[in-house]
Design a protein. Structure first.
Length: 119
């Protein structure tokens, strides 16, 4: 009987511990992923795009591919939506297919990162 009680308590403890792990203190996280085009040319663009997205509230991972110009983003959809992700990256100077970047921000990018650069 003692073994059954100890086993039951251990199971209950482990169940509670696993329910609380990985939630980052928020309940109801909705893990989502998206992939969309972001204009860029080089590794500096890659760093800027990924850093911008990773700094966006709710984003857990971002990876931009210089050859395909596609970014893959993992995020919490209760905190941010794809439109918000595209707006954030456009504000860093890199347009998407649906959101242009502000001219003054794009014009301030290094020459190799600008639209039309032949990298």
């Amino acid at each position: 009987m003692k073994k059954v009680v100890i086993t039951g308590l251990a199971f209950a403890f482990l169940s509670l511990a696993s329910c609380n792990s990985g939630t980052s203190g928020t309940s109801g996280e909705a893990s989502s992923s998206a992939e969309f085009y972001v204009r860029g040319n080089c590794s500096m663009c890659q760093e800027r795009i990924e850093t911008t997205l990773k700094a966006t509230k709710g984003v857990t991972a971002a990876s931009w591919d210089v050859s395909t110009k596609m970014v893959k983003v993992s995020y919490d959809s209760t905190q941010v939506q794809v439109a918000g992700l595209e707006q954030a990256v456009a504000k860093s100077g890199h347009e998407t297919k649906t959101v242009p970047s502000p001219a003054e921000v794009h014009d301030a990018l290094p020459e190799c990162c600008k639209k039309g650069s032949s990298m």
